[in-house]
Design a protein around this ligand. Sequence first.
Ligand code: NDP
Length: 244
Amino acid sequence: LELGFRGRRALVTGAGKGIGRAVAVALSRAGARVTALSRTAADLESLAQECPGIEPLCLDLADWAATEAALGAVGPFELLVNNAAIAQLQPFLEVTREALDRSLDVNFRAVLHVSQIVARQMIAQGLPGAIVNVSSQASQRALRDHAVYCSTKSALDMLSKVMAMELGPHKIRVNTVNPTVVMTDMGRINWSDPQKSAAMISRIPLGKFAEVDDVVNSILFLLSDKSAMTTGSSLMVDGGFLVS
Ligand code: NDP
């Protein structure tokens, strides 16, 4: 399946580890010119070694001013994957201001801000574009200890719809992918307890967690012209969790 990424410029956030890293590698192997943004320099160095064409961009997305400065100096991009996020699980009664602020900064504010910068560049250059925001099944189901995470992902789903509405006339599509648990570092920290994971798997009709590639393939589809008429949608990669 030819996805038409050859020569197109792509920005992937949270590309040091997990899903973001796999998206950056897949896009690069499909011929895109990828800028990989992440927080830990060592991850970006190993990524650049694994995939020599990838441009690393080391940045903490919680820093609004640093984000503006760094992204103003690169681009324009035609493809954007807002993938970086954190999941700090706390019972509702114990949610801290620090966790709330940091989660909102990375999972929500940074997506809005990065998308603004990238979309403005697309519009200024007259480039059609595609943006994929990595959300979660947690945007649409209450999960214990996930008050902040669920809320940031829910806000992200709605932000994506409004972006789709306002950016559509500029030929920029915006969609989300909403995975179930994936055993990345984030997944392992939160779902390694066998009792907890068994309880979650029992609620997934397909009876398993998602693989990184399941999520990557859905992101590539939504970035590609194969989904040319799809915008403002959320693609579940949840094994049926949300219909069960
Ligand atoms: P990981 O924790 O494995 O990787 C996240 C990446 O994002 C890391 O490279 C991390 O860098 C980077 N990142 C985090 N904060 C920042 C920041 N402030 N600035 C720049 N980069 C940052 O997560 P996953 O790959 O599992 O998750 C990717 C996406 O998928 C997220 O949006 C997540 O919410 C979503 N998702 C994940 C699920 C799962 O079960 N794993 C399920 C559903 C959705 P560093 O490590 O250096 O901080």
